[in-house]
Design a protein around this ligand. Structure first.
Ligand code: PLP
Length: 415
């Protein structure tokens, strides 16, 4: 991630890019839509919608098991996406790309498969105070079953991990470090290179929740040397119900399957069943084929712009929005790290986030309100929730100006 430090010359026409997204062209509550909830789910460009429609219209068949042409065609289209994901994150092998239903599913897979095999009484799993529930609860559940314990890296007032505390928590009892790459609430980009290096010095594997990192920057899993990496298609211009677990081949090879059923087997008898090779060992049952095919086109779409250029544009918009919001009287930004992705959480003096979000919605401005699936982080800041504007490359300065105007109107409304 270059956090906008390097200036990349671009000739991208951002208005044209915005016109690729049909959802953004509509009015909501009689007002033009300013969609600033991209952290929850991003929108789909027409090419992705068209590809999914074409698949359903002309190409649908089950994958991996049919000899007939339609099934083979569907299999090819579905497996093409795996090649694109591999290239996107620079994994070494295609088998290291496991299809899941999303980040949550990917983390559950590792917790259940790796955790059940390796964790025992007294072992420790390191998470942080800024985790999404998806990177807390699966570990908690497996800890309960195995007798392992969760250890939590605290967060400082700026919304950064307190690295000294991380170093103190690392010990011979640590069996997994599972941390968020970019916070969905604070926007903080965590120092994952340093985190991984310190864990590896003790032979501890690291899982990163990359749900908010891959959509906004170029991620290279070989460079990071990360052991497991999880993300979701629907946050990167793709469909819901589809996601990725990257895992190093040598780790995935020795992990038992997580779910049993069709496709994940080699030979089944009532006495004994043997497993299929990677990646299919972890992909039981009929998968979300159309979503996978569509996600391949989402990756193509992002690549035609370029992840570095996307990151640079989002950093521009982040800086613009931060400056504008900082100037609003009675507005407090939660999460002021110097290294941030394009997410801004904030509070308005004396106005509950849900009330403010409702008024903004009436103005056609979609922001998220609440705890953002990070209740421990809300407890850390002693707040019930925040408003959150999460910005994508297809947003523009006008969306941000409308947000600021909407906030001023909200303040007037509540007197
Ligand atoms: N982790 C982070 C940081 C997220 O922002 C999200 C979604 O908001 C998730 C995990 C869960 O993703 P999904 O619901 O796609 O599994």
């Amino acid at each position: 991630m270059n956090q906008g430090n390097e200036h990349i010359q671009t000739s991208i026409n951002w208005d044209e890019i915005r016109s690729h997204f049909p959802v953004l062209q509509q009015h909501v509550n009689g007002k033009p839509l300013s969609y600033l909830d991209n952290g929850a789910s991003s929108e789909l460009p027409q090419v992705v919608i068209d590809r999914i429609n074409a698949y359903h219209t002309n190409e649908h068949a089950n994958v991996h098991r049919g000899i007939h042409s339609l099934s083979q065609h569907a299999t090819d289209a579905y497996e093409q996406a795996r090649k694109k994901v591999r290239a996107l994150i620079n994994a070494r092998y295609e088998e290291e790309i496991i299809y899941t239903t999303g980040t949550t599913d990917s983390i559950n897979l590792v917790a259940n498969s790796y955790g059940r095999k390796h964790f025992k009484e007294g072992d420790e799993i390191i998470v942080s105070e800024m985790e999404h529930h998806a990177n807390i609860v699966p570990w908690q559940m497996i800890a309960e079953q195995t007798g392992a314990l969760l250890k939590v890296v605290p967060v400082d007032d700026q919304g950064e991990l307190i690295m000294d505390e991380y170093y103190k928590l690392l010990s011979d009892r640590t069996k997994m470090v599972a941390l968020i790459h970019v916070s969905n609430v604070l926007g903080t980009i965590n120092p994952v290179e340093e985190i991984i290096e310190a864990a590896h010095a003790r032979n501890i594997p690291v899982l990163l929740d990359g749900a908010q990192a891959v959509p906004h920057s170029a991620v290279d899993v070989q460079n990071l040397d990360v052991d497991f990496y999880a993300f979701s298609a629907h946050k990167m211009c793709g469909p819901t119900g589809f996601g990725i677990l990257y895992g190093k081949k040598e780790l995935l090879d020795e992990m038992p399957p997580y779910r049993g059923g069709g496709d994940m087997i080699d030979k089944v008898t009532f006495e004994k069943t043997t497993w299929n090779d990677l990646p299919h060992k972890f992909e039981a049952g009929t998968p979300p084929i159309a979503a996978g095919v569509g996600f391949g086109v989402s990756i193509d779409y992002l690549n035609t712009i370029g992840m570095e250029i996307i990151e640079q544009r989002e950093q521009e918009l982040l800086q613009y929005a931060t400056k504008k919001l900082e100037a609003v009287d009675g507005l407090q930004i939660i999460g002021t790290s110097s290294k941030k992705a394009s997410v801004i959480s904030f509070l308005l003096d004396g106005i509950h986030p849900t009330d403010a979000g409702t008024i903004l919605d009436k103005e056609g401005i979609a922001v998220r309100t609440g705890h953002h699936c990070a209740q421990p982080l809300m407890d850390r800041f002693n707040i019930p929730g925040t408003l959150r504007a999460s910005i994508s490359f297809y947003n523009n300065e006008d969306d941000i100006d409308r947000l600021v105007k909407g906030i001023e109107y909200t303040k007037e409304f509540f007197g």
